[in-house]
Design a protein around this ligand. Structure first.
Ligand code: PMV
Length: 335
């Protein structure tokens, strides 16, 4: 019987995807760093079927996980027309994440990207990144970007001729090399469950008073941010990255119902990061996902100074002192 194993990393968006339509298509273009250390591993064995219909069993981090199996079965149902293999075998899956389950880091992007790579290989022999990105997107929109090395752009945009709403494309080749090994320290302000699921967050953008303005604004921000990445202009880049993260949070604060996704320590960290940037004159900026954790972003050449800053000023604000060092990486790997 066939067996395939892949790992795929998480990603951190610089311009965020928040709002969708149709079959998981984005309302604006987004761009993200693909990471290295925060990843999911999927090991799939195809077995003979015992009954009709989709059959999935999954052992996640040492335990059978029927809820996860149900999520994957639903996803299989959506892609069955293009991946007939999901109906031809029973899927026995062993999966784990390299980051702690309770770290508050979303695993859907890395999981769906790893699963998409496995399916691609099982169905087509040699995996095609464009097709893999496209099915990863059906599982979780942001997962489309996790398939792409270093810097993924997802969403059709006039400024990027190869871009598509269906899959992410690689855009790192044109960027300044300072970004090719960029660092991301993930500072855990709170590891609790997210108060708003991303599906609900996307939904809330449908009737949001600033919805259309947001989608226009993000499509403008991505052009400016990508321009700054080509020029190696860290100051301009960082300003847009923080603006984007705070826009996402402001939108959630102003939706019905309203959500405040930051915690008091998230704000304390942001203040300290801005003070540190002013006093040290170092290009240290932050972003956030739809949660309370702070992603510190900085070039590798200042990693020593930033490590000191994290130890001295940030660690005490992290839940149980926990933070995770990550950096820009090369995308999924076959194991
Ligand atoms: O992929 P989803 O549906 O979980 O949406 C993720 C959205 C953000 O992580 C908040 C932003 C992004 O672009 O990754």
């Amino acid at each position: 019987m066939k067996n395939v194993k892949y790992e795929a990393p998480s990603n951190i968006a610089l311009v965020k995807y928040w709002g969708k339509y149709g079959n998981q298509l984005p309302r604006n273009a987004s761009i993200s760093f693909t990471l290295t250390n925060c990843k999911s591993i999927f090991d799939i064995q195809l077995l003979d079927k015992s009954h009709h219909g989709i059959e999935v069993e999954i052992n996640f981090e040492g335990k059978s996980n029927p809820k996860f199996a149900e999520k994957i079965s639903l996803f299989f149902g959506k892609i069955a027309a293009d991946y007939p293999i999901v109906n031809q075998y029973k899927f026995s899956i062993v999966s784990s994440n390299t980051f702690p389950h309770s770290s508050g880091i979303a695993s859907s992007a890395s999981s769906m990207a790893a699963l998409a790579m496995c399916l691609e290989e099982l169905q087509h022999g040699i995996p095609d990144l464009q097709r893999a990105s496209s099915i990863a997107r059906i599982g979780s929109g942001s997962a489309s970007r996790s398939v792409i090395p270093k810097l993924g752009w997802w969403g059709s945009h006039g400024a990027q001729p190869m871009s598509s709403n269906e899959y992410a494309v690689s855009v790192w080749e044109e960027t300044d090399e300072v970004f090719h090994n960029y660092q991301n320290a993930i500072l855990i302000a709170s590891s609790g469950e997210k108060s708003v699921s991303s599906s609900m967050g996307h939904e809330l953008m449908n009737n949001h008073v600033f919805g259309d303005l947001r989608f226009q604004n993000a499509n403008q921000s991505i052009v400016e941010l990508y321009g700054a990445m080509r020029e190696g202009d860290l100051e301009k880049w960082g300003e847009i990255v923080e603006y984007e993260a705070l826009s996402l949070h402001a939108l959630m604060m102003m939706s019905h119902p309203s959500f405040i996704l930051m915690k008091p320590n998230s704000i304390s960290m942001i203040e300290k990061i801005r003070d540190f940037r002013t006093s040290s004159k170092l290009p240290v900026y932050f972003t956030l996902d739809a949660g309370p954790n702070i992603h510190l972003l900085y070039p590798k050449c200042i990693e020593k100074q930033v490590s000191e800053f994290i130890k001295n000023d940030m660690e005490a604000l992290c839940e149980n002192g926990v933070w995770i060092q990550d950096f820009v990486g090369d995308g999924p790997q076959r194991l």
